[in-house]
Design a binder for this molecule. Structure first.
Ligand code: 3PG
Ligand code: MG
Length: 398
């Protein structure tokens, strides 16, 4: 990898600015999912143990450059402290006198969390002034926020260009796993792309068909591909304006020697609600008043057979309407098949994207993939083959 990690930093007595992603789900001032805090804690703990003065930066939600009290990071300080195993002080601003005084008071091994970077309008504009003020708070910059690395913001990109910089442990793990999954995979490589819309994943599909041996398409976006092949889709969710795009993706796959697997059977119903009466039909058997809500057992059987010869798998997006049982069956069965192959040591499996992680958790296998990314948008942009500004800035010399 062409960037530094904590291994090559001498941090004792230094002020180390750590860009974390503490944009965690919160309800009534309480953190409801600790995953991101768990992932960010090891870097902070390691730096503190090595005698750094650790100053943690993060955005929270989208306050759009204004102070929005309900979007304060203050409630995150206590759960962060619990996971780091040390006290975490909090400063009510990201820059300015309050931040400077709090940073100045830090002793070696102490940890400080600064207020939401996005309370300042310069953050999302990546303003030089804000980046310089942030950089003045530290001697070294560590970016541990892969999930915010698709944003060229002052606290992700700007500050990295102004201080000696390195990747934190979580950033390092994300990049190493994504690299094994897509840049240098053991082959054959298979990608699962599901979800509702082709329109939100055009770049991703076009990039993946140049990289994989097999692309498995599930979710409502498969209906658009089936429609493009002239199959009936009944009342299924699909995008009639994107049939040409679907055909283009299929041509690109053929040109690159990749095979696209579309559903061969579907679970259909007349209404979309939990427990709705349903039947399994071959893809050309859907009635005019029916909609596809999941893939059928023959599709899962085909997927499982394909999996047996696969060495590396990347997964983004569910196969069906998994939030509404029984239309979760396809996604659950496929996720469990991937988990079993991974546990058996036959497969390296990497998943990411908001819905995907929820789907794996629903299937009870979120700990049985080789790696599950905490990133949503950044994971998608990575699959699109785009450079992530937060990562690129770590590679730049200082
Ligand atoms: C996320 O939750 O995806 C990251 O924290 C980035 O947040 P953003 O989409 O508001 O930039
Ligand atoms: Mg996002």
């Amino acid at each position: 990898m062409s960037f530094k990690t904590l291994d090559s930093l001498d941090v004792k007595g230094k002020r180390v600015l750590v860009r974390a992603d503490l944009n965690v789900p919160m309800a009534d001032g309480k953190v409801t999912d600790l995953t991101r805090i768990e992932r960010q804690a090891p870097t902070i703990r390691e730096l503190a143990e090595k005698g750094a003065k650790v100053i943690v930066l993060s955005h929270f939600d989208r306050p759009k450059g204004k102070v929005v009290p309900s979007m304060s990071l203050r409630p995150v300080a206590a759960p962060l402290a619990a996971h780091v195993g040390r006290a975490v002080a909090f400063a009510g601003d990201t820059i300015g006198a309050e931040a400077q005084v709090a940073v100045g008071a830090l002793k070696d091994g102490e940890v400080l969390l600064l207020e939401n970077t996005r309370f300042h309008p310069g953050e999302e504009k990546n303003e030089a002034g804000l980046a310089a003020e942030l950089a003045a708070l530290g001697d070294i910059f560590v970016n541990d926020a892969f999930s915010a690395a698709h944003r060229a913001h002052a606290s992700t990109e700007g500050v990295a260009r102004r201080l000696p910089s390195a990747a934190g442990r979580s950033m390092q793990a994300e990049l190493e796993h994504l690299s094994k999954a897509l840049a240098n995979p053991d082959r054959p490589l298979l990608a699962v792309v599901g979800g509702a819309k082709v329109s939100s994943k055009i770049d991703l599909l076009q990039n993946l068909v140049t990289k994989v041996e097999t692309l498995v398409i599930g979710g409502a976006m498969a209906n658009t591909f089936l429609a493009a092949q002239g199959k009936p889709v009944g009342k299924s969710l699909h995008e009639p304006d994107l049939l040409d795009t679907a055909l283009k993706v299929m041509r690109l796959a053929t040109d690159n020697g990749a095979v696209i697997l579309l559903p061969v059977d579907l679970v259909v119903a007349r209404e979309f609600k939990a427990g709705a009466a349903r039947r399994v039909v071959p893809v050309d058997g859907i009635g005019a008043d029916e909609m596809a809500l999941d893939v059928g057992p023959a599709t899962i059987a085909e997927f499982t057979t394909k999996l047996a010869g696969t060495r590396t798998l990347v997964w983004n997006g569910p196969f069906g309407a998994f939030e509404t049982p029984p239309f979760d069956a396809g996604t659950v069965a496929a996720a469990r098949a991937v988990a079993a192959a991974t546990r058996a040591g036959n497969l390296l499996s990497v998943a990411g994207g908001g819905d995907t992680v929820a789907a794996l958790a629903h299937a009870g296998v979120e700990n049985d993939f080789t790696y599950v990314s905490t990133a949503g948008g950044a994971f998608l942009e990575w699959l699109e083959g785009k450079e992530l500004p937060g990562v690129e800035a770590l590679k730049a010399p200082h």
